[in-house]
Design a protein around this ligand. Structure first.
Ligand SMILES: *[C@@H]1O[C@H](CO)[C@@H](O)[C@H](O)[C@H]1NC(C)=O
Ligand SMILES: *[C@@H]1O[C@H](CO)[C@@H](O)[C@H](O)[C@H]1NC(C)=O
Length: 524
């Protein structure tokens, strides 16, 4: 790692700045652009009700909407082609698809028909391996079956003899395309996963790709395998080392060195000088939310008037009124001098309103999920609520991450190839003195607030009257009588959140939102 950083400094000194940019510019760069779509549900409330009913049915489909909030893409496997839609996940490494006769497809509400499944018997090129496939993700979703080899077509690139998992059993109805390090595949024998297969087929020149998710609400982004699109970011790309674990590169971990809440209009700049920093965080497109150590999250919730539900360990705010007076607030994440600003509005999952609409009200107003939650039983993760604001280049060859502030209004594409060898990400410069000494915290503890906790918003500075209104009003939450309450799962807990809020059917909003697509392998 250090060697790579030194040699890149050397290269910069010898080669005048822009030379390295034009070096990789060609009429046909070796890149593959994969479109991503974040699906929403038209009738999420109805879906939640079906979810409760379904619990009486034999086959259990876990988290009915799992993956609904994640970024997905279509690909085909087999010859003739069988289309499957999969969630794209930087937090795991296997591609797997749902077997046509997987029992989960018979569960009430399963979407196998529309998402697509795979039957190797229908493909003239399929070959099944003796290797068993078995994976469990950070959100407790799982899949198991066997590995197969078959033709894969993705974004119009045809790839012969690709290995992937075929789930003969699973508790989710949608496969996953894991694009992390191949060292993290669920197989006993490491095999080349998609980033490597693309390079082997000369579609890309390196195991590297760039992720651009666009702003919240746009719902479409893309991954550029093998290249960088300079239209998608502002400022320069800066490079950080990936943090190894037990001497190997397994997860896309980097070091978060600080966090600041800022507002120019209110002249606010609060730095969270928590002892938890530096924190090793996973860059994970398969996670809807961002998860940070509980102590840090508690401070942020307090300062930014975020309500908290202890049982499910997530924060929420009134959907409509929350941003009033906080329009220019942002949370700035720093990584050894590289900073990414996440506008506060990007942290309010407006579409979670549907999930939460029949669940929680604050002051009679529907509440929305806040994009940062405590990392409980898991390591800290920068998920989609962070990633949308960043343009991130994952260079798996050189174990480096390059990032810049995402451009939400990109002009014309300007695509540059990522070559092979060191320092191959065009235009990227290493951060000075990257912090790499943070320890990896594999399991965070839960956040519990004192029983007398009331939200005391610090930002923006509220007048006495407004502050007390905010606090007291939260006890006047209304219960929507039209909502079903037959879940038989009554709230008996006496903590403040329960009494302050209207609580209708109980679903675990974290599960509903689709949480963490992290392969938990290697016996972490
Ligand atoms: C995949 O293809 C189906 C059928 O054409 C389409 O309905 C769906 O929106 C596509 N999904 C994605 C993520 O592009
Ligand atoms: C990829 O390019 C290399 C070097 O030019 C060549 O040896 C190899 O055969 C090519 N592979 C494919 C699948 O085209």
């Amino acid at each position: 790692m250090k060697v790579a950083l030194l040699s890149s400094l050397a290269a910069l000194a010898v080669v005048p700045g822009l030379c390295s940019l034009s070096l990789h510019e060609s009429d046909s760069p070796h890149v593959l652009r994969l479109g991503l779509k974040r699906n929403r549900f038209n009738d999420p409330v109805g879906r939640d009700r079906r979810r409760f009913k379904r619990q009486t049915v034999g086959v259990d489909l876990y988290g009915y909407s799992m993956g609904g909030d994640l970024y997905s893409t279509n690909l085909t496997v087999g010859n003739p082609a069988q289309r499957v839609e999969v969630s794209v996940d930087t937090g795991s490494s296997d591609l797997w698809v749902v077997y046509t006769y997987n029992e989960v497809c018979g569960a009430y509400g399963a979407r196998c028909g529309s998402l697509g499944t795979y039957d190797p018997a229908e493909s003239s090129e399929s070959d099944t391996l003796s290797d068993r496939f078995s994976i469990t993700y950070g959100d407790q979703s799982w899949a198991e079956g066997y590995y197969a080899i078959d033709t894969l077509e993705i974004a119009e690139a045809g790839l012969p003899e690709v290995q992937f998992g075929v789930a003969t059993a699973s508790n989710i109805d949608k496969g996953i395309l894991g694009i992390g390090y191949s060292t993290n595949v669920a197989s006993r024998v490491i095999y080349p996963n998609l980033p490597e297969v693309l390079a082997q087929n000369n579609i890309t020149s390196s195991h590297a790709y760039s992720l651009w998710l666009n702003r919240l609400g746009e719902d479409e982004g893309n991954i550029l395998f093998g290249g960088v699109n300079t239209a998608y970011y502002v400022g320069g790309l800066q490079t950080l080392p990936v943090i190894p674990f037990n001497g190997g590169y397994v997860h896309l971990w980097i070091t978060l060195t600080g966090l600041v809440v800022e507002s120019e209009s209110d002249d606010v700049s609060k730095s969270y000088e928590n002892e938890e920093f530096p924190v090793v965080v996973l860059l994970d497109s398969g996670s809807t939310l961002t998860y940070l150590p509980a102590d840090i999250v508690a401070e942020i919730y307090n300062d930014l008037d975020v309500h908290f539900r202890e049982e499910e360990q997530f924060g929420f705010v009134p959907c409509n009124s929350y941003l009033e007076g906080r329009e220019d607030y942002k949370v700035t994440f720093s990584f050894s001098g590289l900073t990414i600003h996440v506008p506060l509005r990007e942290l309010i999952l407006q579409d979670a309103l549907y999930y939460q609409g029949d669940t929680l009200h604050i002051n009679g107003e529907e509440s929305c999920v806040f994009g940062i939650a405590p990392s409980v039983n898991f390591f800290p993760i920068l998920g989609d609520t962070f990633l949308r604001s960043a343009y991130v280049v994952f260079d798996l060859d050189n174990n480096e991450i390059s990032m810049a502030q995402a451009n939400f209004n990109p002009g014309d594409d300007h695509i540059l190839e990522i070559g092979d060898g060191d320092d191959s990400v065009p235009g990227a410069t290493p951060v000075a003195n990257a912090v790499t000494t943070a320890t990896v915290v594999l399991e965070g503890s839960g956040l519990s607030l004192p029983p007398d906790h009331t939200n005391r918003p610090i930002f923006p500075t509220r007048t006495e009257t407004t502050a007390s209104e905010t606090v007291h009003a939260s006890t006047t939450a209304i219960n929507d009588p039209s909502l079903p309450t037959e879940t038989g799962d009554s709230d008996t807990s006496s903590n403040l959140e329960e009494t302050d809020l209207a609580v209708a059917p109980r679903s675990n909003p974290l599960l509903v939102a689709g949480v963490v697509g992290v392969g938990l392998l290697l016996g972490l």
